[in-house]
Structure formats: C-alpha cells, structure tokens
Design a protein around this ligand. Structure first.
Ligand SMILES: Nc1ncnc2c1ncn2[C@@H]1O[C@H](COP(=O)(O)OP(=O)(O)OP(=O)(O)O)[C@@H](O)[C@H]1O
Length: 211
C-alpha cells in the first residue's frame, strides 16, 4: 500500500527522520512515539505537506514526486491542530474539499449527519470550539475515495460519543472500501474498538514496524 524509498527528512542540520526502505501492507496502523520523536513529521511528509529527500509511493506505483496530483487524490490528511480561514463556513470548506477530492454526491451530508454537525456547519469556522474544528477536519479527511487516510492525534478534543462515531467511520471505510489508516496517538487504544493491523514506533529518528 505504502512504500518508502531512501526517505530522509531534515530540519536544517537536524536529521528528524530516516526510513531506508519500508513497505506497509493495507491496514490500520497506530503510530507511537514520545513527544518530538517525529510522528507529525512522518504524517506531514506522507501527506505531501513537507519536502523531503527520497520518495514515497502509494499503491506501489504512484510517486508523490513524479505523480503529485494523482498521489494527492489517494492520500487524505487531518492535522493534529487544524487551522482554517476564520471567515469560511464549514459548508464552504466541505464544498471545496468535495470538489478537490471528487467526492461522491451525498458523501459529505452522510458524515455531517452521522457526527451531528448540522447545527454548526453553516457557521464561520472562526466561531467554532476546538472540538467542532476537529470534527470538521476529520470529516474533510474522509471525503473522496482515498486509499490512505492519515489522522494526526484524532482523539484530542473530541468527546467520547464522537470518538465512537469516528471509530465507526474508520472501521466501515476499511472494511467496505479497503481504505488504510495511519493514526498517531498518545492515548492507548487497545480496547478492541478498531481492527488494528500493526503498530509503528517512531524513535531516535527512525521508524520501526512493531507488528
Ligand atoms: N519546523 C521545524 N523546524 C525545526 N525542527 C522541527 C520542526 N518541526 C519539527 N521539528 C523537530 O523535529 C522533531 C520531530 O517533531 P514532530 O513534531 O514530528 O514530533 P511529534 O512526534 O509529532 O511530537 P508531539 O508528540 O510532541 O506532537 C522534533 O525534534 C522537533 O523539534
């Protein structure tokens, strides 16, 4: 599903992350690591937000460097602490992403309803609480037909009921469409609520697959 080829990411002289050759099969992966170990660096690199050396391929053939548009249609990302233009409404952000990601008709509405966002989605995002902002960013990451969804700290700021709904979204997309997920979290999620296929440990500027 995802292939790293001689991947290195540095900030100035600081070598933040090095992954020589690694192939991940389709699945749901938890990314673990202490503060500053490189979890966000990893996810932002895979999402194409950070420049790096080497290459990353999705579906074993589509390169972020050589086919950036095709790659970005297949990889969606929700930031740990999302920031959107204050003056845009959630509805406008969703319309933007629906268009860019070529989302099927009715897909966004289904997620809005499922997460109970109807009462605030029409308001400017500048008026949102941090939990509302998080829900919007999670919803945006589910739009379209990506092969891989990257969720950086999806559990922070959302309430328990919303977390259960998010777990359902992840489970359904994985089981029905074979979508893979990379989720970073400080919290332990070994309660069986998700069919986790493996764990990735980010430590000492490297990435290890634990299981
Ligand atoms: N813009 C930047 N400039 C310089 N160094 C950076 C930058 N962003 C991250 N780093 C460094 O890269 C390393 C990895 O940071 P990263 O944010 O990826 O860690 P993380 O595992 O996501 O941390 P946390 O759990 O605290 O969110 C850290 O040592 C950090 O100081």
């Amino acid at each position: 599903m995802l292939k790293f080829q001689n991947f290195t990411k540095s900030y100035g002289n600081y070598p933040a992350l090095k992954i020589k050759n690694l192939q991940l099969q389709a699945g749901i992966y938890w990314i673990k690591g202490v503060n500053g170990s490189g979890k966000s660096t990893l996810l932002k690199s895979i999402a194409g937000i950070l420049a790096f050396n080497g290459d990353i391929l999705i579906d074993n053939s589509i390169s972020i460097k050589k086919q950036p548009v095709a790659y970005r249609k297949l990889v969606n990302f929700a930031e740990a602490e999302p920031v959107f233009p204050d003056f845009l409404t959630g509805t406008e952000m969703i319309a933007l992403f629906t268009d860019a990601k070529e989302a099927p008709i009715g897909q966004a509405e289904q997620y809005i309803k499922s997460m109970g966002m109807q009462n605030f989605v029409g308001r400017p995002v500048g008026t949102y609480s941090s939990g509302m902002m998080k829900k919007l960013s999670l919803l945006l990451a589910f739009l379209g037909k990506p092969k891989l969804i990257l969720l950086d700290e999806p559990l922070i700021t959302i309430d328990t009921a919303s977390l259960a709904i998010l777990n359902t979204w992840i489970r359904e997309r994985h089981e029905q469409e074979g979508t893979s997920f990379l989720l970073s979290s400080h919290q332990i999620l070994e309660d069986g609520s998700l069919p986790v296929s493996g764990e990735l440990l980010v430590e000492a500027q490297t990435l290890k697959v634990i299981s």
